[in-house]
Structures are given as C-alpha cells and as structure tokens.
Design a binder for this molecule. Structure first.
Ligand code: ADP
Ligand code: MG
Length: 762
C-alpha cells in the first residue's frame, strides 16, 4: 500500500517530460495521482466523427473529422500565405485557418481523418478554429496503420514514431478525449497517461473485499487502466461503476461518522413549558396547520427534546408553509428558556421574516413591555445595512437573552455577535449557505445547538443523501388548503411585440381589480459598464449559486437585457401610467428596501419592478400576476422560486415568462418545461441533470465537491443508496475502521480536506 501511495504522490516532473509536466501543472495536475484521476470526458469510436453542430464559440474543442478541402492562397494585405482546411462530420463543416504554413497543403489531403483541437471562434458568423493542433489517422484508420503526424511545435521531441505507435495501438478501440487546454491537446495528455499506466503498481482497494465481490466490481487498478484505455463502452461502464462505488462509499462513510458523532454529542434538551409560549402561539395561529405541517412540527418537537442536537432538513414546495413550522420550533426553544436564530440569505427576506414573525406572535413578541403576556419574548432583526445604533441595541438584547428570537442575514455570523443561550439555528434557503456558515453560527452556542435548515428547492432523495447526508430530511408535500395554482405561459416577444403589450394589459386589468404585480428583470441599471450591475452578494445570489446562464447569452451586464431602472421608467411613463410603480433591487440601502417592501405589502404600490431579490420567500398574498423579462436568463428552479411569489393568497396566480429566443432553442425548452408543471421536484431534476455536479454540490459541501471525480448525484442514485447502507453497517461495526486501513485513509483525507476548506474560509 505504501508503495502505491508513494507512487501516486510522485510529482509529475520526472515522470513525464518537463514541458508536459508544466502544462499539466497549469491544469492543476501536480502529482501522478492527479493525472491518473484526470479521466476522459468522452470516448471517440474510431471512424466515428464528432458532431460539429454542437460546438460552442469559446470552447476548447477536440473534433474527430474528415478533411473536405485544402486551399492555400497569398494574403492580400500582408505578406505570407493563408491555408484554409475545411473539415466535415458528414453534415456540418468547420474551417481551420493556418497562416504561413504552406507545407500543410502537401501534408493534408482530402479524405484524411484526424483529431483537431483548438479554441472555437466565429468569423463572419461561421465557427472555425485558428491554428488548431491535429493528429491525422490516415484515410481508412480501421484497417491501415495510420500515417500520423503532429504539427505541435512545442511537442517534446516531436516524436512522430511514438505517436504513430500509440495511435496504432488504439486502432479499432476507443479514443479517449480528455479535458484539454490550448497548450496541451488531448493526445498529449493521453501520451503522458500511457507512461503512467506502464509503471502503475497495484492500487489500494477502498471498498472491502466482500462488498466488491457482492457487487462484482473489478479492481481499482483495472478500473483506471480501463478508463484510460478502454476496448468497449461496456468496459468503460463497468470501470466507472467501480470508481463511483468507491467514491460513494468514502463519502457515505464520512457522513455516517458525522451522524454517529452527532448522536454521541450531548446538548440541552428544549422542552416547552406547559401552557407556555407554544400553547399561546398555537391558539393565536389564524389557520389550521395541514396534516403534513403537524407531522413535521411533532417530529421537530421530539428532536428538540432529545439530549443530542437535531440536524434536520425541512424541504417543501414554495408556499407549503415551512416558515410557520420553523417559527413553531423557534417558539418551542424560547419556551424552554433558550434563544433561536433565523438566518436568511437576503436582507429583503430577513426583513420580511421579521415582519411575519412579529405579526404572527402579536403581543407574544412584546416581551418586557408593560402589560404583555408573561410568556412573551422579544424578536430582533440584525442586518449589515442597519445603522450602528440599531445594531448595538439588538446586540445587547441578544447577549442578555432578552431577545428570544433573532432574525438576520450574514451579519449574524460576525464575531462580535454573542448569544446568551443559543438553542436553535434555523437556516432559510440552505443552498445559499455553506457548511462553514452553519458552523460559524453553531460555534456561538454554549452547547451544540439544534439545527433546522429549510429549502424550497426540492432535491431528489439521493441527492439529499449526498449533499445533506448528515441531515435527517422532512418533506412538506401538500400545499395549505385554498392555495391557488399558478398558471404559467411563455411569451415569445421577438417577432410578436404585440404579445408583450398584452402582458402589460393583463397587469393593468389585475391592478384595476385591486391586485398587485411583479415585473422581474435580470439586471439593475441600464448602463452596462457600471460596476456591480447585478445585486451585490449577501443581498442576492452569491455568484456560483445561481442557475447557469443560458448558453450563448451575455453576462450580467449584457445591454440586451432589460434592466429594472429603465423598464420601471418606461412602464411608469407608458403602458402602466395608471399604476403606482415601485422599484426594488439589492443595491438600494436597507431602509429603502424595507420601505419599498412594506409599502408594497400595504398595497400602496401596485407594480413592483425588481431583480431576483424577490426570488425567495417574499410573501404578499395580494400579488396575482408576474412578468419575468428575459426569462431565459434564469434557471429552471430559480423561475419556479420566482413565480412562487404569486398565487399565495385566495386568487389564482399568473406568471408570464417573456423571452426573445426562438421557439426551438434549448433555453426555450427549459421555459416550456417550467410552464408545463408546477411540481418543483420534477423541475429540480431537470435542473440538476443540466448541471455539473460541482454546481449541484456548490458551496454546500466544498470538500465533497472536490472529491467527486466519477460519481453523479442524479444518475448514480442506486450506487449512492447502496453505499449508504454499506457505510452505516461498516461504521456501526467498526467506528474507527480499524479493519479497513485503506478506506480509513481515504475517509481521513476527505475529512481533513473539509476541515482545511473550512479553516481557509473562516
Ligand atoms: P414557504 O414554505 O414558501 O416558506 P410560507 O411559510 O411562507 O411558505 O407560507 C406561505 C403562506 O401560506 C403564508 O402566507 C402562510 O401564512 C400561509 N400558510 C402557512 N401554513 C398555512 C396553513 N396551514 N393554512 C393556511 N395558510 C397557511
Ligand atoms: Mg419561506
């Protein structure tokens, strides 16, 4: 085992050539183990051509194609020649341009097949590669030994002989296509890996032998050999399954150990007083809890009464009533003499939670005031945008324990925020917060607090197991009685400007009936150069946590997109001149945000033009219609969240998704999917399937993200479930994994990675 560990740790310099090692280093690959883990992105069958139609401008692409024409001519403006090679996949053409390399005319012949690698750019609307590297296989690669050549000037030694042998070796098999860079095309990566495979010792087996036998898994060593040098796609699948299982097992073992540690941690049980605050709260509630809410509330109350900390995820559709359930949990802890903190991702949402909680509690939130009920407590708000004086007074109430409930943004995480006795941490919209932030709050408690995280982005069960594997999961599936449905329509605005006028008319009609409306835009100002033209972090989506922008669309400052400020002015002066129009975005000062939201809530603004600051949690039941501009700019789950702002009262909601994109584009299909269903679970799946795993795991579990090479949370559900059961059994029988030293080493590595990431960020 040590032998192979040493081998894996070796720096690449000395194993592969110096220039190659340097180029690999630039890709973040330092050691032999790093390179071994650099797995092909896909495989090309010999003779099978790539689909040129799928190439995206800006992408670093490797294309298997056939030469259709080679022409050379003198340049008109400058000295020298230009050689244009056109390659084809049988349907699409791609042009390759070379300057001053007249000999190419002789080397490249029509009909030859090869791999061409370069950055895709666009000239006169046509996609092309400038000076791509290439390897040629010869005319009929499957029978002849291909005539190979490389044109890569930087190629060490330009070892054509060797390339020839290597490619010959692959004739009839699959050609691995690696994630590559301009400096290092895929075949040079392949060559470097071939060197490793020749000296690879037996690698440690992470999965215990009985499990590997039960699952019919090949050895880890064979799995790497196969993935880098496969003979068939069946081999690839079997090898992938092996490595995926290993990853799943290591991950689930870490999570199982974390759960075991939590179960062994002592904390203060929070049992409410009889006829205390909780009873008074239940009496005050203006509605009956749904059966689902009741069940979850009971589950949580039971957890809170235990001597080890609760760690629970509460997920539920937008509008399923999570906040009430969370509030009841907070009230329970206060009733038992402790404090509860509610952490919200945006200032707007924190302010709204504060308003909702104070109004739901009514006199029960008047603690300390003359004539308030004896069981009453105090609710305080803490955000970064508050004045120093307001903050100071809140902090005093928090440390003295006078404030039973504290609602806040990231400001709650700061060092100088001290609690008297923090018993419960509620985190709203978990996907906006990382483990480290959870930890920061937890660290403020005398005994480990109970933790409840809420998310309205529902995630499939196994994804939850992967991402939140250390949390128990409660799900609210039904919506409260009388909840109206939302009907959603896509409005194609490009060639039908009349449609968008109709959208404004719909708003006017609703407002005439006394309803209110939202208009959502992707950016704030009209000046695309102004810095921070999207909402600042902490007030809106932290970058990287929002959904991926539609391919081929511009960034946040894209002047083509509608902006809140410009559109609000246009609407107020034009189509919505009869309505009272307000503006809300993340760059407004806190008091302004607060004022706008409460004016809107009070019904004194008819139409709120806003960025996605309203995405989560904003709750104004009288709002019945929403228009989302440039809807293709938003992700599937995000749109589902956004539209959840309407249809929250007793009137049906209408959501219009405006897009300029043509009917058949992929982004249009995503919009159609959103319009077709109101089931957040279905949409979450669509969303997850489109994302890379790193984005799925995101900031939530950074250590996990970097450790996943093969495992895919959505498609590897079965493996994850299996590994979870195995991990629980292993940890139950042998908590320190003494009988499984190789697994223990991998687990320790992942645990220390997470620790390191945490320390770096805090
Ligand atoms: P979310 O799960 O999206 O956070 P909220 O907790 O904000 O949902 O609830 C949405 C709305 O439904 C709120 O106005 C809330 O007061 C109301 N609500 C919650 N539970 C019920 C219920 N059982 N019956 C009727 N209305 C409810
Ligand atoms: Mg909510």
């Amino acid at each position: 085992m040590t032998d192979s560990a040493d081998w894996l740790r070796q720096p690449l310099r000395g194993v592969v050539g110096g220039a190659t090692a340097k180029a690999l280093g630039a890709m973040g690959l330092q050691s032999v183990g790093d390179l071994l883990d650099h797995l092909p992105r896909r495989y090309s069958e010999h003779g099978e051509l790539s689909d040129i139609g799928l190439l995206q401008v800006g992408e670093q692409a490797t294309v298997m194609a056939k030469i259709a024409s080679v022409t050379s001519r003198r340049m008109r403006q400058r000295k020298g020649t230009i050689c244009e090679v056109v390659v084809t996949d049988g349907r699409h053409r791609l042009s390759l341009t070379y300057f001053n390399q007249p000999w190419l005319q002789r080397q490249l012949t029509v009909g030859m097949r090869g791999l061409f690698a370069g950055t895709v750019d666009s000239r006169a609307g046509r996609r092309q590669l400038t000076h791509p590297d290439f390897v040629i296989f010869g005319e009929s690669a499957s029978t002849d030994s291909g005539a190979a050549s490389t044109l890569d000037g930087a190629d060490e030694g330009g070892d054509v002989e060797r390339d020839l042998r290597m490619l010959h070796e692959f004739t009839g098999f699959l050609i691995p296509i690696y994630p590559a860079t301009a400096a290092l095309p895929t075949w040079r990566i392949q060559k470097a890996i071939t060197v490793l495979l020749d000296t690879m010792p037996d690698l440690p087996e992470l999965t215990p032998e009985p499990i590997a036998a039960r699952e019919g898994l090949m050895s880890r060593t064979d799995a790497y050999r196969t993935l880098h040098r496969p003979r068939s796609m069946d081999d690839v699948r079997a090898a992938r399954r092996r490595l995926a299982y290993d990853e799943a097992l290591v991950l689930q073992t870490v999570l199982a150990r974390r759960r075991a540690a939590l179960a062994a941690t002592a904390t203060t049980p929070r049992i409410p007083a009889e006829n205390g605050l909780v009873s008074a709260f239940d009496v005050r509630l203006p509605f009956e809890l749904t059966v689902g809410q009741r069940d979850v509330a009971d589950e949580i109350a039971t957890d809170l009464g235990k001597t080890h900390p609760m760690h629970r995820l509460l997920q539920g559709e937008v509008g399923s009533g999570k906040t009430v359930v969370a509030l009841r949990a907070m009230v329970t802890v206060v009733d038992a003499g402790g404090q509860a903190a509610l952490l919200a991702p945006t200032e707007v949402l924190a302010q709204q939670h504060f308003r909702t909680i104070t109004s739901m509690l009514g006199p029960l939130a008047d603690g300390g005031l003359l004539g308030s009920p004896p069981e009453a407590t105090r609710v305080r708000l803490l955000t970064g945008g508050q004045s120093a004086a307001a903050r100071r007074s809140t902090l005093l109430d928090v440390i003295s324990g006078d404030a039973g409930i504290v609602v806040g943004t990231h400001a709650l995480l700061e060092d100088h925020v001290d609690f008297f006795d923090l018993g419960l941490v509620v985190i709203d919209e978990q996907h906006r917060f990382g483990v480290e932030q959870r930890e920061a709050l937890r660290a403020k408690a005398r005994t480990p607090p109970h933790v409840l995280v809420m998310t309205a982005t529902p995630i499939p069960r196994t994804v939850a197991m992967t991402i939140f594997g250390d949390l128990d999961v409660s799900t609210l599936t039904e919506l409260p009685q009388g909840r109206q449905t939302i009907s959603t329509h896509v409005v194609p605005a490009a060639d039908r400007p009349r449609y968008i006028d109709r959208a404004w008319e719909r708003i006017t009609e609703e407002v005439a009936k006394g309803r209110q409306a939202y208009v959502v835009c992707p950016r704030i100002g009209e000046d695309s150069d102004s810095p921070g033209n999207s909402d600042p972090p902490g007030n809106s989506d932290p970058p990287g946590n929002s959904d991926p922008p539609a391919a081929g669309q511009g960034g946040a400052g894209d002047p083509e997109q509608h902006s809140v400020l410009a559109l609000a002015r246009y609407l107020a002066d034009g189509p919505l001149a009869e309505c009272r129009v307000g503006v809300l975005h993340g760059q407004l000062p806190s008091e302004a945000k607060e004022a706008v939201m409460s004016t809107f809530t009070a019904g004194e603004i008819d139409v709120l033009v806003a960025t996605t600051v309203i995405e989560v949690g904003v709750d104004v039941p009288n709002a019945s219609v929403m228009v989302v501009m440039d809807a293709d700019r938003f992700g599937v789950s995000q749109l589902h969240q956004i539209r959840g702002r309407v249809g929250r009262g007793d009137v049906a909601g209408l959501c219009l998704l405006v897009t300029e994109l043509p009917d058949q584009s992929p982004a249009r299909e995503r919009l159609d999917a959103v319009a077709a269903t109101n089931d957040g679970f279905v949409l979450a799946r669509i969303d997850l399937e489109q994302r890379r795993e790193g984005d799925v795991l995101g900031a939530t579990q950074s250590g996990v993200q970097s450790s996943l090479k093969v495992l895919r949370a959505v498609s590897d559900e079965a493996i994850i479930a299996l590994a979870r059961t195995d991990a629980v059994a292993l940890v139950g029988a042998d908590p320190e994994l003494l009988s499984y030293p190789d697994l223990a080493a991998a687990v320790a590595l992942l645990e220390s990675d997470e620790q390191a990431e945490f320390l770096e960020k805090s």
